[in-house]
Design a binder for this molecule. Sequence first.
Ligand code: NAD
Length: 352
Amino acid sequence: MRHSAKEIQTLAEAFLRASGSEAEEARIVADHLLKANLRGHDSHGIGMIAQYAGYLRAGQLHPNTPPTILKDSGAILQFQGNLGYGQRAGWEATAAAIERAKETGICMYTIGNCCHLGRIGTYGEEAAAAGMIAILFVNVNQFFPLVAPYCGSEARFGTNPFCCAIPATDKHDAFILDFATSIVAMGKTRVAYLAGKRFDEPVMLDAEGHPTTDPSVMWTEPHGALMAFAKHKGSGLCFACELLAGLLSQGGTIQPGHPRNGSIVNNLTGFIIDPKALCSMEWMKSEMDAMIDYVKSSPAPDPVNHPVLMPGDPERIRTAERLAEGVEISDAEWAAVLKVCREAGVDEALLH
Ligand code: NAD
């Protein structure tokens, strides 16, 4: 069934309010979930509240808990996430880093131990809208490892996302590169497994370490592992996310000496750069325009189905489509959303 943006925002906000969040936090988190749905990343949209309800019950997610400062020193801002909503911690810490970068030219900021940060591109978009460049590295704690290192067979990493965002010019939209370092996100294996489908190419390893297209290896014992993208290169970037985010935030890595309670806890290490500190904006924009035009002029063998796009374009295309036509959400996922809303005490009039 399709659901409108207003319906998703209203229901997500109502769930958050009913489960203890004050109004501003509910708005920020609901806005993030809606944007993830609109951008086409449903794995990070309203469906996540079913998981968050469990974390709230287990005391693994603390509403109304903003990030707090561990270190504030010139171009460094280090935040403690305090197991609050990651969408709030990410938004507020990025806003603070943007303000700092206006003074210092660059701000390196970290967030340690917040609950799920959601779609990392949201913070790239936040920075780009303020005229800033963002480079973000994220790792995952508490959840069980899902991604095998190159040449390994057992999982040793989370799906550690990376994001690079560069602001728009007068002619072109912002460059927003934002992806998990596994070939496919874990949520996509669940969808394929429940639908009884296989992937077109091997994206996972079975428990013996053999590449497979069968998603059941992630959902039945003995478990397999997701493969990092691009062999040693993606595995290396995943490892870099693990170390940069885990170490500099003081949130720690996924190494087995730490407890794992099964919730998603994220750490982030990011760089917000004010390009004005390095070059004239007029020059930068004209150079970017020329380069993007050059890239897009590469002839596409199948321009209708596979045009040459810039990172961020697919999400903009989907946002326009979904604002016009609504967001397709499976009945099972919507039922899970309605169930946790009902349990939280959301007004029955909103639950349909
Ligand atoms: P994906 O594979 O869909 O890749 C998305 C990126 O590739 C975007 O930048 C998009 O603009 C670009 N892109 C896609 N098709 C393109 C094309 N044809 N031409 C040019 N660029 C193209 O993303 P994913 O790996 O499935 O990740 C989905 C989301 O999951 C991300 O937003 C990520 O931040 C999030 N995530 C979060 C966590 C967490 O712990 N919080 C963990 C993993 C992933």
